[in-house]
Design a protein. Structure first.
Length: 152
């Protein structure tokens, strides 16, 4: 397998070249509440892009998308002078994970630094843990998110 190319892309590229390939796979893998199907709020993403807050990294193999990392740069609401880079979503094709999983996060970290982030927050499912990758990259687990379905 060749080495991937990492490229910062705009929302239009993500929407029309990456999402059609991976949306169903991503949702099937991590979506637990099957009552809800993916329905991205494109207007909100467009606003974030216009504000310079949306940053998308594509991982390409032989020119074809095989993974992505979507991050949002924002001032921390509790610390005005701190810029945080929060993962919105990320995914990588099954065939690339063993060889290139760590690389995607390293490149996302480079992107976060390049856009002025002071801290990077990566959110992932506990039932699809990437904890070994996070430890290897020196991320520390600092918070726990508890979720309760209020419609039940």
């Amino acid at each position: 397998m060749s080495d991937p190319e990492f490229r910062k892309v705009d929302l239009a590229y993500f929407r029309y070249h990456i999402v059609p390939k991976f949306e169903a796979l991503h949702w099937e893998e991590v979506g637990r509440d099957k009552r809800y199907k993916p329905d991205l709020l494109w207007e909100q993403y467009e606003l974030l892009e216009k504000l310079g807050m949306l940053h998308i990294l594509a991982m390409l193999l032989d020119g074809a998308p095989e993974g992505y990392f979507v991050g949002i740069l924002s001032p921390h609401l509790h610390y005005r002078k701190m810029q945080i880079f929060l993962s919105d979503m990320f995914y990588m094709s099954e065939k690339c994970r063993a060889m290139h999983g760590v690389k995607l996060f390293r490149e996302a970290e480079k992107m976060a630094r390049a856009v002025g982030a002071h801290k990077m927050h990566v959110v992932y499912k506990t039932y699809k843990s990437i904890e070994p990758i996070m430890r290897r990259l020196k991320f520390q687990q600092v918070e726990v998110v508890a979720v309760k379905n209020l419609e039940a």
